[in-house]
Structure formats: structure tokens, C-alpha cells
Write a protein that binds this ligand. Structure first.
Ligand code: GDP
Ligand code: IMO
Ligand code: MG
Length: 422
């Protein structure tokens, strides 16, 4: 956490690695916390002092009064959902307006973007992505098509611009024969959300961040989703629509590559994925169910079952490479406390071909495993690495050797306090 640098904390699997928890733990060490990609498709859970919050668009540094939180230009934002999320925090006693700035360059998710999300999914039939339904893909598509609405558009002729984009969406929906929808109520809430959002500082946040860096302050970039859901590096087309990797930090905040400091890659002691798409380590047996049950692997946004499997060294190595990860953070170690043996995927195999490099098309590959002894010890009360049982220490050593990066933080429970630094 060098002064004058942006450190990035990135999910390096399929999302839901525990980013929210660690950003919250890290916040006291930073001056600014910023989200650079994604929108309310994210669900970041933070638990402390008996309280639990699930953040979607608001950065996880929001609970620390003195810190500036930024929703960066690379994000997409739904005003109605933002209002609901922010009001819940205000009701819990957190004064947001003094500590949360929103980039004028962030794009707005319209109610019709969400209808388009449903329409495109329906049209894909069996090949649907299994999106969160929050309008993420259509909003980023409009951004790339140069017809999107930005937060800064709220300031001038907004209704006119809104109606024009909405009409365009309605035309597409009509062309797709997807006409059975009614957004009347949603639109009312959305407009209320626009008025509410206007009370926040809407800023050119790239100047604020660079000014902070020039003053020697440090910034924590909070990732959303994960590397395998990245629009370029993930399991395309079963991905989200933003750049979730280190490169996305630069474009999504307006900071130069040479301002990036540490790159924390966060993963779970096992793997999960929500939605469709290839997942070579997926377990369809009772072991997979046991991981889901103990790990409460149900989506924070949609409540869907998360698909579960063993840790995937092929995927992690690829993510470490494309992100330039400097340190690893292993979450949810406690979930494996009762397993007699643990497996790790060390290669993929298809039609007699074995690879340790992430293939172009991950469909149809089988995982090749190595087996390790489980620790069969309760980790949840531990506070120092000295207390780790040998088999757990061996698992950490094994992963560090395979991944060639240090695991500097180990999480042994969902609470802020259940975080062990090594
Ligand atoms: P994010 O999207 O990366 O912020 O992760 P999510 O919040 O979607 O999912 C992580 C889930 O695991 C949340 O329910 C957390 O409360 C929980 N969690 C985080 N760390 C740990 C841990 O070390 N052990 C256990 N058992 N749960 C954890
Ligand atoms: P956090 O930040 C897990 C998945 C969806 C779907 C695909 C595309 O909490 O880790 P989208 O709605 O983005 O178009 O959906 O990406 N997905 C996530 N999975 N965690 C997330 O965020 C996700 N955000 C999107 O399930 O498969
Ligand atoms: Mg999540």
C-alpha cells in the first residue's frame, strides 16, 4: 500500500470470492476506495459487529467515515437500485453524501436495458448466459455503440435524451417481438432515483483520483465479478460485459498503468460459478452439494445456487498472468474444515490431450486432480497462522508453490474479524 499508488483487489475466478469483505478490512489503510467496473450485477457482502450489508454499486469502503468512496467511470449504475441501496445505508446511520462521489462518465442503466437483457436471454434459449437480469450487457453495448446515457447527462435536457434512447430500445424490443412488458412503475422509481442521485457529488472523478495520487494518497480499486467473467479474458460468451482485470482499473478510473501498485488476487479455497458456461471443476455429486451447503453458496444478487467444485490451478495461473497478481488472498478456508481429503485441479484433459494452459474454448474439458489430506479442524476461531493445523499449512504451501505467489491473507469466516494475515 505504497503512497501515491492504486492497489487493485480483483476477483480472479468467477466472482463472489469475498472481495467486499477484504475491501472492508483493507479500508483503514487507504484514503480512497473506488469501484471501476460492473454495476448492480455485483453483490459484495460485509459482516461486522453483528451487522450484514450486501453492496451492489457502492464501494465496500463506505463504512469508514473519513474515506472517500468513488463509483468510477467504468461502472454502470441503475438509479432506482442505487437509491434503494444508499437509503438502506443511510437508515443504518451512515452519512453517504459526504463520502461518496459518482463519476459523470459512468453509464446509466435504463429500465428498458433490463427488458432488453431479458429479451436477449430469451432469444438465446439453451445458450443463455444466465445473466443477473440487471441490464448490464445492453448498457455496455450502448456505451460501445456510442449511444449510451451517462450520469453527466442528468444535468442537461435529460428527459429528452432519456426518451430518445428509450424509444430506440422499444423499437428493438418490438423487432424481437418482445412486447409483453410494463415498466410504468419501474420508470417512476427510476426517475425518483435520478433525482435522489443528483443530490450526490457527480464529479469528474478521474481528476479527483489523480489529484489524490499526486498528494501522496493511496487508492484501493475494488474489483467486481472475476477474471473468468471478463469480457476479453473470461469464458466468452459466458461472461459479463466489462473489463474486470487490472487493465479495467486503468480505463475504469482514468489512472495510468504506472500508478498501479499491489495487485491482490482473491480466490476461495474451492471454486464456484453462478450462471451458465464451462466450469471444468464442477462437482455434480454430494461433495459439490456439501461445499454449497457449508459455504452457503447461493447468489447474493439473484439467490441462485452457485455451482461448486475444487480449486482450479489452471484457471488461477491464467488469472495471475493476465492481471499481474502480486499477492494472493484465500477466502472461505473454513468451508473445507470437515473434508477428509481435498483436491486441486492441476490440468485439463480432452480427447487424450492434456493442458495446463487455459484453453481458448473451455467447453468439454475434464479436470485432472491431485489429492491432498484435509485438516479436519475448526479454523473459524483461529487468529494467527501459528495455530494452523499442519495439513492446512501444507495446503497453503502447495498452492503457493503451484501459483508462484505468496498467500498473504487467509480468511476463516465471514466476519471482518475472521481474517488472518501471514
Ligand atoms: P464478493 O462478491 O466477492 O464480495 O463475494 P460475495 O459477498 O458475493 O460472496 C462471498 C460470501 O462468502 C459472502 O456471503 C460472505 O459473507 C462469505 N464469506 C466471505 N469470507 C468468508 C470466509 O472466510 N468464510 C466463510 N464461511 N464465509 C465467507
Ligand atoms: P460479484 O462482484 C458472480 C455472472 C452472472 C452471469 C454472467 C453475466 O458479486 O463477484 P451479467 O448480469 O453481468 O450480464 O451476467 O456473469 N455474474 C456474476 N457472478 N459474481 C458476480 O459479481 C457476478 N456478476 C455477474 O451470473 O453468469
Ligand atoms: Mg458477489
Amino acid at each position: 500500500m505504497a503512497k501515491g499508488k492504486v492497489d487493485a483487489l480483483l476477483g480472479i475466478v468467477f466472482g463472489d470470492e469475498g472481495k467486499g469483505k477484504v475491501v472492508d478490512v483493507f479500508t483503514p489503510r487507504y484514503d480512497v476506495v473506488a469501484r471501476f467496473a460492473g454495476g448492480p450485477n455485483a453483490g459484495h457482502t460485509i459482516i461486522f459487529e453483528g451487522k450484514k450489508f450486501v453492496l451492489r454499486s457502492i464501494p465496500s469502503g463506505i463504512f469508514d467515515e473519513g474515506k472517500l468512496n468513488i463509483i468510477g467511470n467504468g461502472c454502470v449504475i441503475a438509479p432506482d437500485l442505487f437509491m434503494a441501496e444508499a437509503k438502506e445505508l443511510e437508515d443504518a446511520g451512515y452519512d453517504l453524501k459526504s463520502r461518496l462521489h459518482i463519476s459523470r462518465r459512468a453509464h446509466l442503466i435504463l429500465p428498458t436495458h433490463r427488458v432488453l437483457d431479458r429479451a436477449y436471454e430469451a432469444a438465446k434459449g439453451k445458450n443463455k448466459v444466465g445473466t443477473t437480469g440487471k441490464g448490464i450487457g445492453p448498457t455496455y453495448s450502448d456505451k460501445a455503440s456510442r449511444i449510451g446515457l451517462r450520469v453527466g447527462d442528468i444535468e442537461e435536457n435529460f428527459l429528452q435524451k432519456y426518451q430518445a434512447l428509450k424509444a430506440r430500445h422499444e423499437q428493438i424490443l418490438s423487432d424481437l417481438h418482445f412486447t409483453d412488458y410494463d415498466i410504468t412503475e419501474e420508470e417512476e422509481k427510476w426517475m425518483e432515483g435520478i433525482r435522489y442521485m443528483s443530490q450526490f457529488p457527480l464529479r469528474d472523478t478521474e481528476f479527483e483520483i489523480n489529484q489524490a495520487l499526486a498528494e501522496g494518497k493511496n487508492v484501493l480499486a475494488e474489483g467486481a465479478q472475476g477474471t473468468m467473467l471478463d469480457i476479453d479474458h473470461g469464458t466468452y460468451p459466458f461472461v459479463s460485459s466489462s473489463s474486470t482485470c487490472t487493465g479495467g482499473v486503468c480505463t475504469g478510473l482514468g489512472v495510468a498503468p504506472n500508478s498501479i501498485g499491489e495487485i491482490f488476487g482473491i480466490f476461495k479455497a474451492y471454486s464456484t460459478r453462478v450462471g451458465s458456461g464451462p466450469f471444468p471443476v464442477e462437482l455434480f455429486d454430494e461433495t459439490g452439494e456439501k461445499i454449497r451447503d457449508i459455504g452457503h453458496e447461493y447468489g447474493a444478487v439473484t439467490g441462485r445456487n452457485r455451482r461448486c467444485g475444487w480449486v482450479d490451478i489452471v484457471g488461477l495461473k491464467y488469472a495471475i498472468m493476465v492481471n499481474g497478481v502480486t499477492q494472493l488472498i484465500m477466502m472461505k478456508s473454513d468451508v473445507l474444515d470437515t473434508f477428509e481429503t481435498i483436491k486441486a485441479c492441476v490440468a485439463y484433459e480432452k480427447d487424450g490431450v492434456r493442458t495446463t494452459e487455459m484453453p481458448y474454448d473451455t467447453e468439454g474439458w475434464q479436470a485432472v486432480y491431485e489429492e491432498l489430506p484435509g485438516w479436519q479442524t475448526d479454523l473459524t476461531q483461529m487468529t494467527s497462522p501459528d495455530q494452523f493445523p499442519k495439513a492446512f499449512q501444507d495446503y497453503i504451501d502447495y498452492l503457493e508453490k503451484a501459483l508462484e505467489r505468496p498467500i498473504t491473507i487467509v480468511s476463516v469466516g465471514p466476519d471482518r474479524a475472521q481474517t488472518i494475515e501471514r
